[in-house]
Ligand binder design. Structure first.
Ligand SMILES: [Cu+2]
Length: 283
């Protein structure tokens, strides 16, 4: 019963208060038992996605209840017992115009905020604070901090290590992507072998990484924390073993990390250690 309560609370709050994040009381940006809706939003884009989702949910609930009401009305009023001599009417121009026009109006009403959001998430803001180039390999990610001039690889964290660190296995990585809170981060995406995708639900980002083509996405993290994601394009047998972990820090902590990371990673790298990417899929 205790487990059902957050879900019920979320359901009631979602129905009663449009646009709220009913799951905001969840402690982390991760999924939890009996969750309804998305993971807790941690970026303006994800907040906008959740809001639009909740608004459309209200709209489809009203439409579904209306259609259900009509069906019940028809089943009761026009069944063979209640209505032994059926009407022979086959056309009613007014109703036909209405049931064409009203759905079109509803679709247009839905399209306006939907397209607004689509362009909002698609357009990288002019002022970018940090650019990270993510390269996808079978089966890990490599991150280059282009301005600072260093790069590192991020492999999945082994199960024993994840349990020890209290991090979710298959979502945690041995090295995290670190970003400052409240800053616009641009991620440029490319793949070295096959198509992969870089996705972090709490940040509202998901973008394919192609060989030979540079894609880009942007996000801005609202509060410090670790946000997990996964490769979201089937990319081979190790597809499930190339997670993404983004850690957002306050500016001061970020600068400290940056200095340390520079000392550790800045180097000229001749090639990627592909042998290290071989994943034991037997476990
Ligand atoms: Cu992949």
């Amino acid at each position: 019963m205790k487990n059902i309560l957050p879900g019920l609370t979320a359901l009631v709050a979602t129905i009663m208060v449009p646009g709220t994040q009913a799951w905001a009381n969840a402690e982390t940006g991760q999924p939890f038992d009996w969750q309804l809706g998305f993971q807790r939003a941690a970026s303006p884009v994800m907040e906008a996605i959740a809001t639009l989702h909740n608004q459309v949910l209200i709209l489809i609930t009203i439409i579904t209840l209306f259609v259900l009401g009509l069906l019940i009305y028809v089943a009761i009023k026009f069944n063979a017992k209640a209505n032994p001599n059926p009407s022979k009417v086959t056309h009613n121009t007014l109703i036909e115009v209405l049931w064409t026009a009203i759905p079109i109006v509803i679709l247009v009403v839905m399209a306006v905020p939907s397209f607004k959001l689509l362009y909002y998430q698609d357009t990288v803001p002019e002022k970018v604070d940090l650019t990270i180039k993510a390269t996808a390999y079978q089966w890990f990610w490599s991150y280059e901090y282009t301005d600072a001039g260093f790069e590192f690889d991020a492999f999945k964290m082994e199960q024993e290590d994840a349990e020890e660190e209290g991090e979710p296995y298959l979502l945690a990585t041995d090295t995290k992507v670190v970003v400052p809170v409240g800053k616009v981060v641009r991620v440029q995406l490319i793949a070295a072998d096959v198509i992969h995708a870089w996705a972090v639900p709490a940040l509202g980002v998901k973008m394919d990484a192609y060989p030979g083509r540079l894609n880009e996405l942007w996000f801005q993290v609202d509060e410090p924390g670790v946000y997990y994601g996964q490769c979201s394009e089937l990319c081979g047998q190790g597809h499930a073993f190339m997670p993404i972990a983004v850690e957002a820090m306050d500016e001061a902590d970020y600068q400290e990390w940056l200095a340390e990371a520079y000392d550790e990673y800045a180097r000229v790298r001749s090639d990627v250690d592909v042998a290290a990417a071989q994943i034991d899929t037997t476990r």
